[in-house]
Write a protein that binds this ligand. Structure first.
Ligand SMILES: NC(=O)c1ccc[n+]([C@@H]2O[C@H](COP(=O)([O-])OP(=O)(O)OC[C@H]3O[C@@H](n4cnc5c(N)ncnc54)[C@H](O)[C@@H]3O)[C@@H](O)[C@H]2O)c1
Length: 374
């Protein structure tokens, strides 16, 4: 298959959808890889590093026009809509339930659009979202520790304390992938960590894997209020699949927090779980409300593209290989998880939540493709 790797042109996006190691795997399987000039630069991969493994370096037109499969990280932005066309498979993060214009552009183009974020295994795990949650969780504690420093507007507290001085208190709301990863970094820094969860099974699991080093509490409004009141750093990490994040920390609770405490709302990409949250960017990551610093960057993994690109492509490569080896139609027949990733095919919306979000007709994938073909 002819596979193209496009340069990300969305502001603040430095990841790339394929590493030279991934390109070599595809080339060894007999595929042809063309990488847009400079596509890997933000992730510290030079054009030469791709050329060395046998990939071609090409122009943006070449990547989009000559490929059968285009790999990206973020959704196409308006200036890329004209490049969408029938016969092309696009594999990328799409998040189109929140983007009607792009949904319509994809439908009208006749392209096959496969979204990383809706690839879903039978145990309901999202294998192509998980690596970015791992990165964001780890960054959350790191960013929180940084913004607790006095010159940055924080309380002026060292999370780990020192012998004779108590460590800082970190409260994590939501103990899923983000929450767990935030906890291990906060523990590593020496902080005292509490996780508020509402799934007892998940808390049992966390107790086991964290060897009892965190306090696990059932999440309720009353408990959240009590926990955030004496926290130095609060990390919002809840997810209710397919829904906006619940506003678990109210403005009133924030007024009751310590001066210079820090809130990191990782769930901001789902609307945020603090009443006072609004999305920020890496260039201006924080703002202050009621003397509490808010960090609400919607694309946290973008800050560490060298790590994020590798983590993302480790997870996507097996699916890319399947699409390249078998073609999209046979690949989705063989793998139900990948089939869940197909959002748009042949001008039809094949992912129900997307159709519902925009009042468009929903066509089950098996009505567009004979899924038992293989
Ligand atoms: N800002 C970013 O750059 C970025 C990056 C990655 C993920 N995220 C977001 O982080 C959030 C968490 O992602 P995840 O992968 O950890 O999800 P996850 O499904 O693994 O974990 C979410 C956890 O929240 C818990 N939960 C739900 N309601 C709760 C409540 N009321 N109180 C306490 N816990 C509750 C669930 O039981 C679950 O364990 C999502 O909104 C995700 O989109 C943001």
């Amino acid at each position: 298959m002819r596979i193209g790797v496009a340069t990300e042109i969305k502001p603040d996006e430095y990841r790339v959808a394929l590493t030279p190691a991934g390109a070599l795997e595809l080339i060894r399987r007999g595929h042809d890889v063309v990488v847009e000039t400079g596509a890997g630069a933000g992730s510290a991969y030079s054009d030469e590093s791709y050329a060395r493994v046998g990939a071609r370096i090409g122009s943006v037109d070449e990547v989009w026009e000559s490929s059968e499969l285009v790999l990206k990280v973020k959704e196409p932005i308006a200036s890329e809509y004209g490049r969408l066309r029938e016969g092309l498979v696009l594999f990328t993060y799409l998040h189109i339930a929140a983007d009607e214009r792009l949904t319509r552009a994809l439908v009208e183009s006749g392209i096959a659009a496969v979204a990383y974020e809706t690839v879903e295994t039978t145990d309901r795990a999202l294998p192509l979202l998980a690596p970015m949650s791992e990165v964001a969780g780890r960054l959350a504690s790191q960013a929180g520790a940084y913004f607790l420093e006095k010159p940055l507007g924080g309380r002026g507290l060292l999370l780990g304390g020192v012998p004779g001085v108590a460590p800082g208190r970190v409260v994590i709301i939501g103990g899923g992938i983000v929450g767990y990863n935030a906890a291990i970094i906060a523990l590593g820094l020496g902080a005292q960590v509490t996780i508020l969860e509402r799934s007892i099974d998940r808390m049992r699991h966390l107790e086991e894997i964290l060897s009892g080093r965190v306090t696990l509490l059932m999440s309720s409004s009353l408990q959240i209020e009590a926990s955030v009141a004496d926290a130095d750093l609060v990390i919002g990490a809840v997810l209710i699949p397919g829904a906006l994040a619940p506003k678990l920390v109210t403005r009133q609770m924030i007024r009751g927090m310590r001066t210079g405490a820090v809130l990191v709302d990782v769930a901001i990409d789902q609307g945020g779980c603090f009443e006072t949250s609004h999305a920020t960017t890496h260039s201006e990551p924080v703002y202050v409300v009621d003397e509490v610093t808010h960090y609400c960057v919607a694309n946290m993994p973008g800050a560490v593209p060298v790590t994020s690109t590798r983590a993302l492509t480790n997870a996507t490569l097996p699916y890319v290989e399947a699409i390249a080896d078998y073609g999209l139609r046979d690949a989705v027949s063989r793998d139900a998880a990948l089939a869940k990733g197909v959002n748009i095919l042949d001008g039809k919306v094949t992912y129900e939540a997307v159709a519902e979000a925009h009042g468009l007709d929903y066509t089950p994938l098996e009505d567009v493709l004979p899924l038992s073909a293989v």
